[in-house]
Design a protein around this ligand. Structure first.
Ligand SMILES: [Zn+2]
Length: 184
């Protein structure tokens, strides 16, 4: 399976939100510039989902993503979401989600008539569930330099600092080691 996109934020909606990297800085990176990228993301992050694409485009996916980001960050800060973003998230959540279907060979796939729309429905529902759940208190912003990705810290001590040990965690450790080495 392809692993082009970063995962491991603890929620599907949080992994989706981070496809716009370095949000809020002057050098953001858009990882979902077109429909092809959106379908690769779905293929990697929404297991066993399939269906035709085309009816719902990348611009709509990005708009729902930014509304989900606003929803989650507003709830986290105890602020109110804008009506426009709320409507976008609610509208996406109300759409049909993929449904399981067994093929002649006995395999089960999750089918959608409009794959992108169905994935956005899953993502919007996941985000709404998150802001209504006690897990919201476990939302963290990555301490990695310039990262600022949101992730859910479900560890028992609740002191996780990085979105992933593979990337930001390791880099921070190496920076610390370098600093110590420079001092000796
Ligand atoms: Zn990070």
């Amino acid at each position: 399976m392809a692993t082009r996109f970063r995962q491991g934020a603890g929620r599907l909606s949080l992994d989706f939100v981070r496809t716009f990297r370095f949000r809020g800085t002057d050098h953001p990176i858009e990882e979902l510039p077109d429909l092809a990228a959106v379908t690769v993301w779905i293929d990697q992050c929404v297991p066993h989902a399939e269906g035709p694409t085309g009816a719902t485009g990348a611009a709509e996916a990005r708009a729902v993503r930014e509304a989900i980001h606003e929803l989650i960050t507003a709830a986290w800060r105890g602020e109110r979401i804008s009506a426009a973003a709320r409507d976008l998230v609610n509208g996406a959540a109300a759409r049909p989600v993929p449904v399981p279907r067994m093929d002649a060979g006995g395999g089960v796939r999750w089918h959608a008539d409009d794959l992108v729309s169905a994935a956005l429905a899953l993502l919007a529902r996941d985000a709404l569930e998150l802001v209504a759940s006690p897990h919201l208190a476990r939302l963290r912003k990555c301490a990695g330099t310039g990262c600022s990705a949101l992730f859910l810290d479900l560890s028992r001590p609740g002191k996780r600092r990085w979105c992933s040990m593979d990337h930001c965690g390791n880099r921070a450790k190496k920076e610390t080691l370098r600093r110590h080495a420079g001092r000796s």
